[in-house]
Design a protein around this ligand. Structure first.
Ligand code: ADP
Ligand code: GLC
Length: 480
């Protein structure tokens, strides 16, 4: 099949969170299965790959509702995949993908509506008719609506749409002008189309018009059909229930693999964890933690947002550090209040906790490899990748039972000594404190179980092959 992935993130060109990891690795898995898979994303100012890119043809026309614009289409190859970039400086020559200093760009709805239309117009420009355009999250959410139009490039007459929800919390609200701006009919201004509470809701449009909807874990597919996790669109999802399926994300074994990880001072595998100790030593040295291999390190790598529940971790961290013989390595950025709180805790417990504010790919790999435990107290988690990376790296995840965390982590059972991590239910200070205490006690007092859990975690198969087959089934279902 011919599959075009439309996305706002794609590692190594643009990554803010897990979407950036998922797109190239899923696309590569599908390509290996024999499909013609291509990816298109905006050419952000931070992408410096232009020299390795070739320009495709002359300027390309984008047919907006208000008139035409010209963009440049660029192309490169990555892991055998064709990657297209839409170059249009007015919207995309900025350093960040979505915004700066904790605020989204004010014109995000225009930027991404423009990108969506460019994806549509790219197909006749290339004279290439994908069987499926696979759109991801609200920035590409207008694509299903465009494909639903009667008037569209004829080359797309048989093209179907698949829309994946990576995060139900972000809908892409826009003023009514969006419809005119993008060249969509005004009858899309309707509660059964894209209107919601007096605004255009881009996610709603995607959920109404996509031929198939997926989300990134089975549990999250159920959760988002409820009022608690549906963010006001649960009724639409219940209506579309037969076209909604949860497919768990996989792990890219070329990038996240302790046997070959190029970011680590020494590689390791289930056969020997010597390299993991070297990583722990390096992590302690590099972050200024006291040098002691016998103290467990609890790692965190995360966007600092409400979703991730790190405010709850901040509430209990001082007591954890006071009462338990543990260390903490935290990497992330986002909510400035949280950044400030964590730095304050660091100043009171120096040598025991290190907080690195910012985005640092290498350090993320080192924390996964050098820690003993990894904390994810998420309020909700569509899938989550870090808990899977942790397990593969022999770092036991401590997760709240929600979304993909439920589906991927097996809770430690003390009576059988089985499991791959520690799971807790209520997102309260006490529950999080207790589960960290439980992990800590397992490390010190039930060493045999700890090692057994670590081995089971490292042996889990999170490769993309099974999930990529499920996506393939969805694609076939849309065209048949
Ligand atoms: P989400 O997409 O909700 O942020 P995921 O667990 O799916 O959560 O994916 C997060 C991805 O982003 C992982 O690859 C993680 O390592 C990476 N990441 C998050 N914050 C940082 C950071 N500050 N530095 C480096 N990588 C980060
Ligand atoms: C979102 C979700 C995360 C998921 C990622 C990739 O950012 O928050 O849980 O793993 O998308 O699908």
């Amino acid at each position: 099949m011919k599959i075009l992935f439309a996305t706002s993130e794609c590692d190594p060109y643009a990554k803010v969170g897990g979407l950036g990891d998922v797109i190239p690795s899923l696309a590569a898995a599908l390509e290996k299965m024999g499909h013609d898979v291509r990816i298109v994303l905006p050419k952000y100012g931070s992408i410096n790959y232009v020299s390795q890119c070739e320009t495709v043809g002359g300027p390309m026309i984008v047919n907006m509702g208000y008139g035409t614009e010209f963009v440049q289409l660029l192309q490169t190859k990555y892991r055998g995949l064709t990657i297209y970039f839409i170059e249009f400086n007015r919207y995309f020559a900025r350093h960040r993908v979505y915004g700066e200093f904790g605020h989204g760009y004010h014109d995000n709805w225009e930027r991404f509506a423009f990108f969506c239309r460019a994806v549509i117009d790219m197909c006749p420009f290339l004279n290439w008719a994908p069987d499926v355009i696979h759109a991801n999250d609200w920035p590409t959410g207008i694509i299903p609506a465009f494909l639903n139009l009667h008037i569209k490039p004829s080359i797309l007459n048989n093209t179907k749409s698949v829309f994946t929800i990576h995060n139900m919390a972000h809908h892409g609200y826009a003023p009514k002008e969006l419809l005119q701006f993008a060249g969509l009919y005004s009858h899309y201004w309707h509660p059964f189309a894209m209107e919601a509470c007096g605004s255009v809701n881009v996610m709603k449009g995607a959920l109404q018009f996509a031929n198939k909807i997926t989300t990134v874990s089975k549990t999250y597919a159920e959760e988002i059909k409820t009022a608690e996790h549906g963010y006001g669109l649960d009724d639409v999802l219940r209506y579309r229930a037969k076209d909604l399926i949860g497919i768990c994300n996989g792990v890219d074994g070329d990038v996240w693999n302790p046997k070959i990880d190029k970011f680590l001072p020494e590689n390791f595998s289930t056969k020997s964890l010597k390299g993991k100790n070297t990583c722990k030593q390096k992590l302690q040295q590099e972050l200024g933690l006291s040098n002691n291999l016998n103290i467990p390190i609890f790692g965190v790598v995360s966007r600092f947002f409400h979703q991730k529940g790190l405010d709850i971790l901040c509430n209990i961290l001082p007591n954890v550090l006071k009462n338990m013989n543990v260390q903490c390595a935290i990497l992330g950025s986002g909510d400035q209040h949280l950044e400030w709180r964590l730095k304050e805790i660091m100043s009171s417990f120096s040598g025991q906790i290190a907080v690195w504010i910012g985005f640092n790919e290498r350090l993320a790999h080192l924390i996964e490899a050098g820690s003993d435990f990894f904390i994810m107290p998420s309020r909700y988690e569509p899938c989550g990748l870090n808990q899977m990376y942790s397990m593969i790296y022999g770092t036991l995840p401590i997760v709240r039972a929600t979304g993909g965390l439920t589906d991927t982590v097996d809770n430690y059972n003390e009576s059988t000594g089985t499991g791959t991590g520690f799971v807790f239910n209520d997102l309260t200070d006490l529950a999080l404190y207790n589960v960290i205490g439980w992990a800590c006690a397992t490390y010190y007092d039930r060493r045999k179980d700890f090692e057994k859990l670590r081995q089971s975690a490292m042996k889990k198969d999170f490769s993309w092959s099974k999930s990529a087959r499920e996506y393939e089934r969805i694609y076939f279902a849309t065209v048949n």
